[in-house]
Ligand binder design. Structure first.
Ligand code: FAD
Length: 600
């Protein structure tokens, strides 16, 4: 049986010591974010995930969901009861606004909890997780009546939400959407069409499900400019908030898929279902992006969570499994063989995982802080900087974060040798569940294009320039400290590669846009290295200060310093190789005619 324990120690280090959440106490929502409060919430939340959700992960994978002839869906044993406990304890409401029944805490706290939920049980976590994206859209674009009617119950998890974008012929290119929304006399719309791959499209957790659906009105342009967003409840909601008749929306079938078996991935049929327009007609794409941006950061966290869960199991296995001898001579001569931990190649995989998971956790929680600062920072300048940085780095957290998350899950499976391939050890599930994070919420190739095609050019390149300066300034300052000099030097070099790649795009993208498309994925990975590099530099500094002050557990902080050095030595060199790939341009990638790809 695989193990999972929420990584609360590391999370508390990041929130209290690295981000110093307490120091933002003058901002609204941060008043109560004292270190004691953070510790209490993180520990209790972690306990819930480790003790209630994690034990349902393997059984949920094995049992999967069941669709009944009437179109209703039952989730695996124990899932519904766990949700009742989650709801009762208010774990879904941490960062939701006070006015709609949330606890109004910083997003950092909600994000930390998301990692624990997903690490414990990704499939389960998607039921409440998708609701957060739906809530974000209604919060920003919904009318006061819609907000009053739907938000309190969605935030309290009495009802859950979904996102309905994808159709059989239309995934990335949402301009192709065919679902129709025809106005009714009472101001509502009749929604007709088929959506596929809808996560949590139907289930038994709650009495009602609030679907957010993209559709086109009859006279809308047949492109992304003609998309509108609608609220479509599974069960109609009366004016007094009570439930009315069943709406004309149902789950037509469940997809059979590679992983996240405990989550119901549904084909959803809308047969003239009653829907309510959110925001303005034909402006659905903007409303949808609010939902997508929240969800993209959440998917980055999912990539991290599967890597963390796989890492914990690999560490345990490497401590127990004995094979061969240390290259430097038997480490435990009394035993017939040493543990896997003595082998540098096994260490390489474990150190890669440690450097990625801890660096990525810091980047995700730092990103969550930027989400808060966009609205709450004291000055306009700080709000703008936070907005620039999180807009730029959202596709990186999603794309780089999940590519590395999957890679890490695979290498942790490798630590188990053949046993990693056998289902009962649970490593296969981490790999299968991690894989979807690279695909949904915009496949990673599309994240890369969002980064290079939209985010780089925003406001004349202001966001990327802000990142360059931030990294350069912090590296220059850190070089003065001998213990950090090697880290600062290598992160600064990676930042130099990022600048050079950016310049190359500027010089070669206009003449041939394929040059940008051909390098986009590599560029996203260089920015990921720089982003994690900045986090490791900061974690190294924090660790150094704590060690110098003689407080805290020295082993924890010494490990941070060593892992920062490992990251600098083993991750940052990739930036140079990736830049050289970018600079080879699109010629060879695009040269062959399609027929040349045939092998038979
Ligand atoms: C398990 C699961 C759960 C899902 N949950 C939901 C959900 O809840 N709601 C929902 O609406 N959808 C959901 N999806 C759909 C998911 O978001 C899409 O599958 C994804 O966005 C990609 O769309 P597609 O599958 O049609 O691929 P396509 O758009 O056909 O893309 C195929 C490939 O081409 C690449 N590509 C396409 N266009 C471009 C471009 N312009 N530039 C560069 N590369 C490009 C893509 O990166 C990808 O590698 C889910 C999917 C799965 C498998």
């Amino acid at each position: 049986m695989p193990v999972y324990k929420a990584p609360t120690r590391d999370t508390r280090f990041i929130i209290n010591e690295l981000l110093k959440l307490e120091s933002y106490g003058n901002l609204s929502g941060f008043e109560n974010a004292s270190a004691d409060m953070v510790d209490a919430v993180i520990e209790e939340g972690g306990k819930f995930c480790s003790e209630v959700l994690a034990p349902l992960n393997l059984s949920g994978d094995q049992q999967g969901c069941t669709r009944h002839p009437d179109g209703t869906v039952t989730t695996p044993d124990g899932f519904k009861a766990a949700h009742a406990q989650f709801r009762e304890a208010g774990w879904g409401t941490l960062s939701a606004p006070l006015e709609f029944g949330g606890q109004g805490m910083p997003h950092v706290m909600g994000f930390a909890m998301e990692e624990f939920v997903s690490g414990a049980n990704q499939a389960w976590g998607m039921y409440p997780g998708l609701t957060n994206g739906a809530v974000s859209s209604i919060l920003v674009k919904g009318s006061p009546e819609q907000q009053a009617k739907f938000l309190p119950k969605m935030i309290s998890n009495e009802w859950l939400g979904t996102m309905n974008l994808t159709e059989p012929h239309c995934g990335t290119d949402l301009g192709l959407i065919r679902t129709r929304a025809v106005p009714n006399a009472d101001g509502s719309y009749a929604i007709t069409g088929t959506k596929i791959f809808i996560s949590a499209g139907d289930h038994d957790f709650t009495d009602n499900i609030i679907h957010l659906v993209l559709a086109k009105t009859p006279d809308a342009p047949d492109s992304t400019k003609g998309i509108s967003l609608f609220i479509v409840p599974k069960v109609m909601v009366n004016d007094d908030g009570s439930l009315g008749a069943r709406n004309a929306v149902s789950c037509g079938s469940l997809e059979h898929k590679m992983g996240i078996h405990g989550n119901a991935t549904c084909v959803m049929n809308y047969d003239g279902a009653t829907g309510y327009l959110v925001g303005e007609e034909n402006k659905g794409l903007a409303a949808m992006f609010i939902m997508m941006n929240a969800a993209r950061l959440g998917v980055g966290v999912q990539g991290l969570s599967q890597a963390e869960a796989a890492y914990q199991n690999a560490v345990k296995y490497a401590q127990e499994r004995r094979q061969g001898r240390a290259l430097t001579g038997a480490a435990e001569p009394a035993e017939k063989a040493d543990t896997l931990f003595v082998h540098p190649d096994v260490r390489r995989m474990l150190m890669d995982a440690k450097a990625y998971t801890e660096g990525m956790r810091a980047l995700c929680l730092w990103g969550a802080l930027q989400v808060d600062l966009v609205h709450k920072a004291a000055s306009e300048e700080e709000r703008q900087t936070a907005d620039d940085l999180i807009s730029l780095l959202t596709p990186v957290i999603k794309g780089y974060g999940t590519d590395k998350g999957f890679e890490t899950a695979v290498s942790m499976q490798q630590v188990f040798g053949g046993h990693g391939y056998i289902e009962e050890w649970g490593m296969s599930q981490f790999v299968r569940d991690a894989r979807i994070t690279q695909i949904y919420e915009g496949a990673n190739g599309v994240q890369a294009m969002d980064l290079v095609g939209r985010k780089l050019a925003m406001n004349g390149g202001r966001a990327v320039q802000t990142l360059f300066s931030l990294v350069d300034e912090e590296c220059a300052a850190a070089k003065a400290k001998p213990e950090l000099a090697i880290i600062a030097d290598k992160v600064e070099k990676a930042n130099g590669e990022l600048k050079a790649a950016t310049m190359w795009f500027m010089q070669n993208g206009m003449a041939n846009p394929n040059n940008v498309g051909a390098g986009a994925h590599h560029y996203m990975h260089i920015m990921g290295v720089v982003g994690l590099g900045l986090m490791w530099l900061r974690m190294g500094e924090t660790a150094l200060e704590t060690l110098a002050g003689g407080t805290g557990d020295p082993a924890f902080y010494q490990a941070k310093l060593t892992t920062a050095r490992y990251f600098a030595e083993r991750f940052t060199p990739d930036a140079g190789a990736l830049r050289r790939k970018i600079e080879s341009g699109a010629d060879a990638i695009m040269a062959l005619p399609v027929e040349a790809f045939a092998t038979a």
